[in-house]
Design a protein around this ligand. Sequence first.
Ligand code: MG
Length: 335
Amino acid sequence: MTIVIGFEGSANKIGVGIIKDGVVLSNPRRTYITPPGQGFPPRDIAKHHQARVLEVTSEALEQAHIKPEEIDCVAYTKGPGMGAPLVCVAIVARTLSQLWNKPLLGINHCIGHIEMGRLITGATNPTVLYVSGGNTQVIAYSERRYRIFGETIDIAVGNCLDRFARVLKISNDPSPGYNIEQMARRGMKLVDLPYTVKGMDVSFSGILSFIEEAAHRMLAAAECSPEDLCFSLQETLFAMLVETTERAIAHCGSEEVLIVGGVGCNLRLQQMMAAMCKERGAKLFATDERFCIDNGAMIAQAGWEMFRAGHVTALEDSWITQRFRTDEVEVTWRG
Ligand code: MG
């Protein structure tokens, strides 16, 4: 029996989760939400996390009915992510590991998403589409690494959606992407937007610039509605993601596709990916907002796999890093 507590705070959510041998015992989370039209500066997020991390930790322990002495390992997000929030959460993990006298383990956030997706869906060897506010990658496992087959060459798909939401002053509560998804369902007209796939890579910054420049002009001229713009942006961005994922599964001969990351709970993205998978005889796996949006349990789950494979992080190595690529970690826990 191995029990791991995981601390996540690389972006605007602070989460603490406890995993016991493949079972999520608790996974509370708080989200830092700003008014419409505004983003979230790292300094403000760090203050948010700092103010809530202890209450979320107590909640995780209480809900799991676990005492600190029963925990085997304290896992935390080492990176990638925003510097100030990462530091704030790492300090708490480091302090608790010393107070409780438990080993510490720094986790790659992207690998947390992948391992949580595999646990929740039961996918065994999927090609992974990882889509969030900070990351966009097509990943497949090969020879002890999660290899990156394609990725964004500029901003993440979720960042493109979030910043578009600011242009139209769409609410950030519960998330800009969720509100765009609801509005897109009422879209009737497909507005022509740039489509930028370069080999296996994708680019979103030009699409964002285009729509930032054109949105108010088109709306003023009654060429389309805000709902049409939400619909058109989703259709265009998601088609790019499905195209690159399709090429990866064709190359790998994959029979499974797993979508992880915050944008992964978008049902339209899941629907488009499912249509492609059906044509290729592949199976689509996805999770809901509890597990695909950043959370503590995903860090605990990656920690559980790594701790059992013999990994620990020495106190002097327990730093954080804003840049930490998925393929930097040797995957020693998969056969
Ligand atoms: Mg994430």
